[in-house]
Design a protein around this ligand. Structure first.
Ligand SMILES: *Cc1c(COP(=O)(O)O)cnc(C)c1O
Length: 431
């Protein structure tokens, strides 16, 4: 199986975190998002333990809320001792409503509105990551109005190509995020921040991209960032107390994806960074990372019911299910790959099908060319694996479909974490 929390019972039914998907589909209906609490917690602990070992106190792991956000996931992340990376009032509000400590919430975003900035400061969020010089003046004015000194990090674009998909590559010089080093703008950005009386420029932030598998991406990022830290230390007397390396470790969606040994990678990054700052004569900064996908992806699974099987002779076959691009737009957006399982059986003859959804778009495909039992038929269950990241958080109401519920699975049983959206919910905002 693609992930160790997926098994089949003696009857051939897929079990996720030890729970039969047939029983869960019966109880909660489909489409259905499942989340494995134990996996979620162990992924948090994997990072927290590696950070404790290699970086020590003061360094921090921030869960990137955009990967999957609802109150229960924030409660769990808070309990585990994670910090949080948010980019909108909605994410921050949800976290605060879940009791997430404000001090551990970081507020990011490349297009913060005046309202965002006011919200972040009024609610005492621990840190704001400034993306551009416009924000510095606004942050400073708002902090002055509140009579506080706001901690900020400055987002720098290191100019690294992480060799990942274009749509998730954010470290090269021509992207919309952050301030580039090689143009000289980053140094001016630091100087501007240091001049702001009500801002405490605690350090630097960068994020080179998502689905990083190349072993040296974070090392190369450290090379560039420490070089820059040394430059602004010399020219401006600026010392970065914190260095946020962003998120991005990849996960396995299909068998051919490599498995990243994240704790080992973190150990290598720590050793490399320590050597770099020693050589540059700089103090070792507190290090932050912002994993999203690698915290939640393999803690998630989506279960659908087959509506029909369409066979077009000498052309292609479709398995069409009761969800689709509204609950999982990732294949449509960037050809994301997934492992797909028949929920009830795997024996016998197989065939190749495109797994398509119920939305009114020809492109509404969850995954093309998946192998399923040839006798798959209406009423069967289909499981799409590793959907914990960027599925629920990217879900829409296209075709006025209600978003599926999220059921949290643990050793104690199953519980609703997000209920199913009803037709009444869908008209709740309509006047
Ligand atoms: C998307 C993003 C993350 C999380 O990335 P993952 O690939 O989910 O780990 C972290 N930080 C920033 C700034 C991001 O844009």
């Amino acid at each position: 199986m693609i992930s160790s929390n997926i098994t089949r019972n003696n009857a051939g039914v897929v079990c996720f975190a030890g729970h039969s998907v047939a029983a869960l589909a019966e109880e909660y209906g489909t489409p259905l998002y499942l989340m494995d609490e134990e996996r979620l917690r162990s992924n948090c602990r994997m990072y927290l333990n590696a950070f404790a070992t290699h970086f020590g106190p003061g360094s921090r792991v921030l869960y990137a809320a955009k990967a999957c956000s609802f109150k229960e996931i924030f409660r769990i992340a808070a309990e585990e001792g994670m910090g949080l990376d948010t980019v909108s009032i909605g994410e921050a509000y949800t976290a605060l409503a879940a009791g997430f400590p404000a001090e551990r919430i970081y507020f990011h975003g490349d297009a913060k509105t005046d309202k965002d900035i006011r919200f972040a400061l009024e609610h005492g969020l621990g840190c704001v990551v400034a993306d551009n010089p416009d924000e510095l003046a606004l942050l400073n004015a708002e902090a002055k109005r509140l009579g506080i000194r706001q901690k900020v990090l400055l987002r720098i674009t290191p100019g690294i190509d992480p060799h990942t998909y274009e749509a998730v590559n954010t470290g090269t010089v021509d992207v919309k995020f952050g301030v580039p080093i090689e143009t000289g703008q980053a140094e001016a950005f630091v100087r501007a921040a240091m001049a702001m009386e009500h801002l405490d420029a605690a350090g630097l932030h960068c994020h080179v991209g998502s689905e990083v598998f190349d072993e040296d991406v974070f090392q190369r990022t450290c090379d560039v960032m420490v070089d820059f830290m040394a430059r602004v230390h010399g020219s401006l007397g600026f010392t970065a107390r914190e260095l946020d390396l962003g998120g991005g470790y990849g996960v396995r969606y299909v068998d051919s994806d490599p498995a990243a040994d994240i704790p080992a990678r973190i150990g290598e990054v720590a050793a490399h960074l320590r050597a770099l700052v020693d050589r540059a004569g700089l103090p070792m900064p507190y290090v932050l990372m912002e994993p999203g996908r690698s915290i939640v992806a393999d803690a998630g699974m989506t279960v659908y019911t087959v509506s029909t099987v369409k066979r077009i002779p000498r052309c292609k076959n479709y398995v069409i299910v009761d969800g689709g691009m509204a609950d999982n737009p990732r294949w449509c957006l960037y050809r994301a790959r997934y492992t797909v399982l028949h929920g009830l059986r795997q024996d016998g003859e197989t065939d190749v099908f495109d797994l398509a959804g119920r939305c009114c778009e020809s492109g509404d495909v969850i995954q093309p060319a998946v192998t399923l039992p040839a006798d798959v038929c209406r009423g069967d269950l289909v499981c799409v694996c590793t959907t914990g990241a960027y599925n629920y958080s990217m879900a829409s109401n296209y075709n006025r479909l209600g978003r599926p519920p999220v059921v949290m699975l643990s050793g104690d049983g199953a519980r609703l974490a997000v209920r199913r959206e009803t037709p009444e919910d869908l008209i709740a905002l309509d006047l």
